[in-house]
Write a protein that binds this ligand. Sequence first.
Ligand SMILES: Cc1ncc(COP(=O)(O)O)c(C=O)c1O
Length: 390
Amino acid sequence: MSAAGPVVMRPDLSAMVGYHSPQVDAEVRLNTNESPIAPPGSWSAELAREIGRIELNRYPDRRARKLREALASYHDVSPEQVFCANGSNEVIQCLLLAFGGPGRKALVFEPTYALHSHIARVTGTGVCSAPRDESFRIDPDAAVSLFGAQSPEVTFVCSPNNPTGAAEDPGVVAAIEVAAPGLVVVDEAYGQFARWSALDLLRDAGPGGHLVVTRTFSKTWAMAGCRLGYLVGTPAVVEACEAVALPYHLSSLTQAAGLLALGYAGEMERRVAAIVEERGRVAAALSGMAVTTWPSEANFILLRPDAASSSEVWERLLSQSVLVRDCSTWPGVEGCLRVTIGTPAENDRFLEALDSALAGSSPAGSSPAGSSPERSSPERRAPGLNGTPT
Ligand SMILES: Cc1ncc(COP(=O)(O)O)c(C=O)c1O
């Protein structure tokens, strides 16, 4: 018999709810900001051929050189400025392992993407936060005074911000970069949907800058299932991330998938343009409904029903097989729902379903799926301690 007592989790994490994004069946899934359409068929065919050529008995190229070179040329930077990982969440984890940790702090502007503070805590990094203003923008003066008081080693700027949708102005990001005492991580998971990118600031800053831009293949590139993200920063930041990443963390399959995808940049940009156009159409339709919305530069819109209970609206949407994100209990966006922009047909389904949900009804014959605990509860509980990652 073992002499050891019960296993004890790290005390600083024992109250934490692990984040597992809930997955609920619905015909129209507009809850996780994915691409509504699959990657191009010819990309899939090329990938299938490439998989046949990969020596899967061998470890992958540890430094993902070809992929980094291709990303560097796509962004007009050098390969030494690019680090790739399994989704931008892993990129963020590497940044916090390298630059956060015990005795250090990360600053977030709430409400924002919950995984910044979640991963900070998991890596033993302290978290300090500052509120956004009433239009969910960062007040640069408040940020600068916080730098003096808190001196965070890592500052996160999510732009466009999840779940609120606004992108910060270039001047705000530049002011934060100048004043921040440590690394400034601009999370651009939705960067291609916005009117500008902090990559422009980064290119201007030169080798001494401490700006990092993170990006993902999960949204615009329609590859959420592949798990691929990257950062562009200084070579010193890239080396630090390489020092903490597990050896061979990025599989040969993922590297091949990303490399091939970059050959479809034109197609990706056309898709982004189509989603931006749809976003305008959905926003215009919402402006005629009993909801408050906020301007979005991402592939989703945050909305708050003016009179109806958002939880009930969420249930009524689900009963029509339309799944959106229920943010009603997330701090700072109470009473809100977030809808991903889908295909035109999906958006029409959403708008029609919302119209009847706001009127307090679901069309006759629709089953109250949301009232079944199996279907509704996990989604509703999802934010748990830390909000939502998607
Ligand atoms: C703002 C933001 N950053 C990062 C991510 C993580 O993306 P991934 O890990 O799929 O690259 C998400 C996912 O929804 C996000 O919304």
